[in-house]
Design a protein around this ligand. Sequence first.
Ligand SMILES: CSC[C@H]1O[C@H](OP(=O)(O)O)[C@H](O)[C@@H]1O
Length: 366
Amino acid sequence: MSFLPSTRPIWPHPEEEGVVQVIDQRLLPHKVQILDLRTVEDAIEAIRTLTVRGAPLIGASAAWAMYLAAFTSPGGRAEYPWMEDCCRRIKEARPTAVNLAWAADRLMEKLVGVPEGPERIVAMYEEAAAVTDEEARRCRAIGEHGLPLIQEIARVKNGAPVNILTHCNAGWLACVAYGTATAPIYAAHGAGIPVHVWVDETRPLNQGSRLTAWELGEAGVPHTVIADNTGGHLMQQGMVDMVIVGTDRTTGTGDVANKIGTYLKALAAKDNGVPFYVALPSSTIDWELEKGSDIPIEARSPDEVRYVHGMDDEGRLTRVLVPPAASPAMDYAFDVTPARLVTGLITEKGFCAASREGLLSLFHEP
Ligand SMILES: CSC[C@H]1O[C@H](OP(=O)(O)O)[C@H](O)[C@@H]1O
């Protein structure tokens, strides 16, 4: 199986009803393992454990979780009380990515319009597939709208590679296809524009060194993995032409929640005059929030900081403890970059300023 930007990390089982298949991202890049999700609990656990992760993919997973809830409902008819309780539990799986609630609520809205029974189960399947396909189209469009930003730098550099720094994984693995931050990168690479990507390892779970590096390697995009604290030095040395990151929730005023460490990259970019772009589908915009400080920031198990997971020299998946066993640890999964540090937003409808006016120039507030 070749893994290209159009690859999907989630799909309905091709032969068996009531089964959704996902790539277990906890084992990448060392092992490609497909998991079968059969119940809403399976799907919630996959989201909670980052088996599937990334805002758009979390949204698609929530949509398919609602289908699994319908398929496994106690009375076999996707009864409203059961579905409402499942929707609530799905929305509790992780707090920061707004796509989770957006997708689960959309499936609930679809449900109320269809009588309970087999027809409603089919409607949940079709709506989950629609959410998934729409997300793939949005990400492809993000690539098209971000491409000119890279083309302009390539023009100025007269054929020298465009150096792009990215943080965490906002690739097809985090979405449904193409990615958000990676979509313009894949579009540029596909158009023959020389690019090189500085890949932040992104502690503590190393979504960059494990997932982004794997994606780019599979797609043949030149890249270099760097320790998280390297980006500022590279920017000071003029070795970064732009930063492109994803987001888990962006307020209607352009404040951006993304993987922990993003804010520090934005500060370094501002200090060095490096453009700092955020790529996002409209499903990641939270129009109800004015201030980024109101975005719920997920705190995860300290063991994610204390242990490093990887493969040993004998090819065995393993983990090692880094700090003393007695040392406490904290694991904030996200931080908030204020709009004033964001050069612009790359969306499926075009490029805009990180502001309410900018977003409203492209979208109607729901
Ligand atoms: C395109 S959304 C990707 C976004 O999600 C990641 O978080 P996690 O791996 O914890 O789901 C990270 O913030 C990425 O930028």
